[in-house]
Write a protein that binds this ligand. Structure first.
Ligand code: FE2
Ligand code: FE2
Length: 222
């Protein structure tokens, strides 16, 4: 079951933890069997960095939005980009991160493959069909769909963006987009922050961006 999405950016009455994400890694070994099932799929496109950091952000967002089904958010973010491991690796950078990258064919392919992986790994681990359907509804279209379908979908989408504001995310993703870190942090501020769907996500992004810019000396290294 998913939760209807309120008007965005979704407010939260709770205090939002905006400390560096490295201070609050994802917790709970309950999803470790899923990690173990997709180790091979984490070895593509920096997924072994992107997915664990994004899961940590997703768990932080779940604290700010306790109405969301936490396990659904956590499993969907863990699996959302595993499909990159099953598409043509040469096309990931050439099509996935340049030109009209948001709607490139390879983007749709990695979403479809991610759903197939979810349907392979989750049922043998005991997840019910309805839960797997909810995971796939979020994974399918997570990059290419205009609208978030539910609160859980919105939290996954924000977590998927928030990892880029941490210095590890900037280090990896600026290279994918062939940008220097200063230019990339400018893009985060002007393009990605306005896309965030939750007030908690905006607060976290703003705090991480300020720290990352100071750390990477983007005021002078430009
Ligand atoms: Fe993706
Ligand atoms: Fe992602």
């Amino acid at each position: 079951m998913t939760t209807p999405l309120p008007a965005t950016p979704v407010p939260t009455p709770y205090d939002v933890d905006t400390s560096p994400i490295s201070l609050t890694p994802s917790s709970g070994a309950d999803v470790d069997p899923i990690w173990a099932a997709v180790v091979r799929e984490t070895r593509t496109r920096g997924n072994d960095i992107h997915l664990p950091i994004s899961l940590a952000y997703a768990e932080r967002l779940c604290h700010a939005y306790p109405a969301a089904e936490r396990l659904l958010v956590r499993v969907a973010i863990l699996l959302h980009d595993t499909g990159w491991a099953r598409v043509d690796e040469d096309r990931i950078i050439s099509e996935g991160f340049s030109g009209d990258w948001r709607t490139s064919a390879i983007r749709y392919e990695h979403e479809k493959q991610g759903c197939l992986i979810a349907r392979e790994v989750l049922p043998p681990l005991g997840f019910a069909d309805a839960f797997v359907d909810d995971v796939c509804a979020i994974v399918d279209g997570h990059d290419t769909r205009e609208e978030a379908k539910s609160l859980e979908d919105a939290l996954v989408r924000d977590a998927d963006r928030l990892w880029r504001f941490d210095h590890a995310g900037i280090a990896l993703a600026s290279g994918w987009f062939r940008m220097d870190p200063a230019t990339y942090t400018d893009r985060l501020e002007h393009e990605i922050v306005p896309e965030l769907l939750t007030e908690a996500g905006i607060a976290i992004a703003t705090a991480e961006l300020e720290r990352s810019r100071a750390l990477l000396k983007t005021a002078v290294l430009r």
